[in-house]
Ligand binder design. Structure first.
Ligand code: NOJ
Ligand code: CA
Length: 551
């Protein structure tokens, strides 16, 4: 197999709780994923990434792991997962698991031991500090709200970048690292295709643990401690001792890595096969996403980062959505513009960029944000921590609620809408999180045989990206953004030897005529009925997207 086989892959992200339930408990499971392998094969993807499915009290939906070697019984047994990996492989689909090694659950036996016995080996697997004044060791703020330190009964404080029930590991301890590497190899031995690596830029801490002054005396956002100097030694060792020895793919969630460090992380000899390019994955802060300024800014951000990543010889993963984000349709489109055509247009924009495209479950159906009436409807620990913090600080809870409706991660976590039966065919009992009420209109069954559906279009997107005639153009081809394009037009070329693919996306609800300097040889993909062409111009319908073979 080619060393960098993953450059031609298309990945589908499975959020297991919300994918498909087969044992009537309202929670998705491994057998549910198995039952949908043919659906995934038909979609055309060749890799799936499954979010954490290990033993966990599920405080942060499985990112709080209490046993790295046992799967969570709510998803099935270890044997069920083995069977899933095997069956997927037979169908030409590799499985990526989630690797979470910045922190674990407070229910992990190591942490329990560490709390009980300050002299134990395990106590040094975590970051404990004592203070004289009964105050936390410094002013760092957890990413999920509140101080990043929590006290145990004997008075020590431990550090947690995320929820207080997710203590951070002390990567300085070589025995801990050894144990983690053994675990990684144990999973690789099962024949998985690789890992998505969680929150990895947080593993190295500033060992002075000094407070960082903030202008208003508020807590210091720990996020600023990402990619701390010295992290490279840990990441090199992790790679060399585990996946680096195999032909595995790794994609890291490496937030806070600037272009200067991109090559270290995702260059030819980087720590990982790729890292996600998060530079353009939302339009936050845009008052009107449909304005030409907003579209222009978005286009710039996408072109800038993609051009830089390419020129640095690096590789990235492209995402519109994930389990940490609201739905793409809502993030990038104003309500008046949300339609099948605009959903297909969005898909086209990112699918042919350099890098490996990821599809988040339900994105291929054009699933949307859900309806949240009150704070109680939300499940996400981050939502509740932020709400509590807001109440404690006398903040505006109504405004926060409004923001959460739009931006909460729960929007992306509602069950997949398989059909129009009760609970959307996800389960025959009430799901752990409510189904989006629009399932009668948006569901896979209705879209399956409909050539104009979002699902049918995504099948074509994947097929073109993996088409033997074109896949190298999209993986190896030069990326040439059309920066001087008409307003609202997001256009770029991918060029390899004598082949040129031109991607033209009219990202607006208005028709417009755009210039094309080359001759159109063939329409490879089109999300509308026709394309009006005249010498040197294309007249594009609202949200029309086309991929053209150009001469
Ligand atoms: C990153 C994961 O993607 C996110 O879902 C989780 O909440 C944080 N890590 C903290 O565990
Ligand atoms: Ca189940």
């Amino acid at each position: 197999m080619k060393q960098d086989w993953w450059k031609e892959a298309v990945v589908y992200q499975v959020y297991p709780q919300s994918f498909c339930d087969t044992n009537h408990d309202g929670i998705g499971d491994f057998n549910g994923i198995r039952s949908k392998l043919d659906y995934l094969k038909e979609l055309g993807v060749n890799l799936i990434w499954i979010n954490p499915c290990y033993q966990s009290p599920m405080v942060d939906n499985g990112y709080d792991i209490s046993d790295y070697y046992q799967v969570n019984p709510m998803f099935g047994t270890n044997e069920d997962l083995d069977a899933l990996i095997q069956e997927a492989k037979e169908k030409g689909i590799g499985v990526l698991l989630d690797l979470v090694v910045n922190d674990c659950s407070d229910e992990h036996p190591w942490f329990q031991k560490a709390v009980q016995d300050p002299e134990s080996e395990e106590a040094d697997y975590f970051i404990f500090k004592t203070t004289e004044d009964g105050q936390p060791p410094n002013n760092w703020r957890s990413n999920f709200g509140g101080p990043a330190w929590t006290q145990v009964p004997d008075g020590r404080w431990y550090l947690h970048t995320f929820d207080k029930r997710q203590p951070d590991f002390n990567w300085e301890n070589p025995d801990l690292r050894e144990k983690l590497y053994n675990m990684v190899n144990w999973w690789l031995d099962k024949g998985i295709a690789g890992f998505r690596v969680d929150a990895i830029t947080f593993i190295k801490k500033d060992l002075t643990f000094a407070s960082v002054p903030t202008p208003d005396g508020s807590l210091y956002q720990i996020e600023n401690y990402q990619n701390y100097p010295g992290i490279g030694e840990f990441l090199t060792e992790l790679r060399d001792r585990t996946y680096g020895k195999r032909n595995a793919m790794t994609v890291a969630e490496a937030v806070g890595v600037s272009m200067d460090y991109f090559p270290d992380y995702a260059g030819e000899n980087g720590y990982f096969s790729m890292i996600f390019d998060f530079n353009w994955y939302d339009m936050k802060g845009e008052a009107d996403k449909s304005s030409k300024e907003a579209v222009h800014r978005w286009r710039q951000k996408m072109f800038d980062s993609q051009e830089q990543i390419s020129s640095l010889g690096c590789w990235s993963g492209g995402v519109l959505e994930s389990h940490d984000e609201p739905r793409g349709i809502n993030k990038f489109l104003e309500p008046k513009d949300q339609s099948r055509t605009s959903a297909a247009c969005l898909g086209t924009i990112y699918f042919f960029l350099p890098g490996t495209p990821f599809i988040y479950q339900g994105q291929e159906l054009g699933m949307t944000n859900s309806v949240w009436n009150s704070i109680e409807d939300f499940k996400d620990v981050m939502v509740h921590n932020r709400y509590r913090e807001c109440v404690e600080n006398g903040g505006d809870t109504e405004a926060l609620l409004q923001e959460l409706r739009e931006y909460s991660r729960d929007n992306g976590r509602t069950p997949i809408q398989w059909d129009n039966s009760e609970y959307a065919g996800f389960s025959d009992t009430e799901p752990w999180i409510p189904v989006n009420p629009n399932y009668p209109q948006i569901n896979a069954a209705a879209q399956q045989g409909d050539p104009s559906s979002v699902l049918s279009y995504y099948k074509k997107l994947v097929a073109l990206r993996r088409d033997p005639k074109w896949k190298e153009v999209f993986s190896e081809g030069k990326f040439i953004p059309q920066r001087e394009a008409e307003d609202y037009l997001i256009a770029y070329r991918r060029v390899l030897e004598d082949k040129t693919a031109g991607i033209f996306c009219n990202f607006t609800g208005k028709a417009q005529t755009v210039r094309v300097s080359e001759e159109v040889e063939e329409i490879l993909l089109n999300n509308c009925d026709n394309l009006e062409q005249e010498a040197g111009t294309l007249t594009m319908a609202p949200y029309q997207a086309v991929v053209l073979s150009l001469k």
